[in-house]
Design a protein around this ligand. Structure first.
Ligand SMILES: [Ca+2]
Ligand SMILES: [Ca+2]
Length: 74
């Protein structure tokens, strides 16, 4: 029981840290083309798994709308 609570807490802390680490869109979009590429995301500490989840239309880049959930979850 205690162990379950601790791992759930560790998981939520990890998630919070991952989201809190995401800089604002303008910062992550290093070349200012209005979209965050996989390499730009990686440079900001966004995992490939997270990138794939956020890239709803699967065009290999995150629009500002797709990037938003990262900031909202803080
Ligand atoms: Ca870009
Ligand atoms: Ca996209």
């Amino acid at each position: 029981m205690y162990k379950t609570i601790v791992s759930a807490l560790a998981l939520s802390l990890f998630a919070a840290t991952a989201f809190a680490a995401a800089p604002v869109f303008e910062e992550t979009d290093a070349d200012k083309d209005g979209a965050v590429s996989l390499s730009e995301a990686a440079a900001s500490g966004i995992s490939t798994e997270l990138f794939d989840q956020l890239d709803v239309d699967k065009n290999g880049a995150l629009s500002m709308d797709e990037y938003k959930p990262l900031l909202a979850e803080e």
